[in-house]
Design a protein around this ligand. Sequence first.
Ligand SMILES: *Cc1c(COP(=O)(O)O)cnc(C)c1O
Length: 375
Amino acid sequence: MISFNEAPFTGREFQYMEHALRNKRISGDGEYTKKCSAWLEETAGVSKVLLTTSGTHALEMAALLCHIRPGDEVIMPAYTFVSTANAFALRGAKIIFVDIRPDTMNIDEKLIENAITERTKAIVPVHYAGVSCEMDAIMDIAKRHHLKVVEDAAQAVMSTYKGRMLGSIGDYGCYSFHETKNYSMGEGGALLLDGEEDIRKAEIIREKGTNRSQFFRGMVDKYSWVDMGSSYLPSDLNAAYLWGNLEEADRIQNQRMASWDMYYERLLGLAENGKISLPVVPQDCQHNAHMFYLKARDMEERTRLLEWLKRREILAVFHYVPLHTSLAGKRYGCFCGEDVYTTAESERLLRLPMYYGLREEDIDQVCQAVEKFYA
Ligand SMILES: *Cc1c(COP(=O)(O)O)cnc(C)c1O
């Protein structure tokens, strides 16, 4: 059987976790959390990276830092994971969904401006499959309308746009280190940010609304409740696992890219014959091979292909029921403009097995099965 996903494991994760245990330092912000944060700050080129308990929680922190209040509006694509919307709905925001581009499955930057009202507070671009949204256009719109930009870069760790790391371009960047992502700590994530005042506020939010971080740095002589907050810091045990992954980040990235390229080359013939569509990576974007998907003709064909693969012990999946068609999406949001591509394209999309450790012979087997289906 070929699994759809496996947690990335490079070899030293156990050793680091054992080290954390032996040091009897397993709560938050220990040695490994510091190592991971410093590495991510250096790699992404931002002044602060705060590890969080999930990508979802990084988004929730960003919503708090944006001062989202009931009645505010937040613009995002409907083709995304529920957490993107939930984080802002929790603050009372109305979610304004706009259509995606069929090539990248990302928010159509040309439709954003039309969705802006005097209540709009933020734009949340989601870098689907680790392929960047049109960030120059989005940042320009945000600047002209005085809006915050929160990058949902959950899938985009190590991806770039015009040479800049995704997650480092907007006001806040959110990473996920869930088991299904390129780099993992089981459950976890990170918030990327710049600016002294924002960093101070973020540290307070993450430490239950206390100034504990400042206390540990000797900046205040006692710590107490200073603002609203929650507990968003992960155990150092999880960070120890992540450090094992980050140390081998290039190895993970290179292997995933090789898998992605192999899929692409093998399936190009089917695409050229008009049987399927393949992912598009715009020129200015370097992706991270987070996922490999193909698009079938329609939902009916996709269902048959999924079944076909399953019978050959290959686990492929689809995802994201567009949020504006979901129960909660209807309650907390609405679609601005016409849904030309969101539903239609999401119904065609099928994700093939992709993880660190996927073997060439596995990819060969998957591609053969797909070729046979269309033969
Ligand atoms: C995975 C993911 C999240 C949530 O991350 P968790 O770490 O699972 O909470 C948010 N947005 C997108 C686009 C994701 O893919």
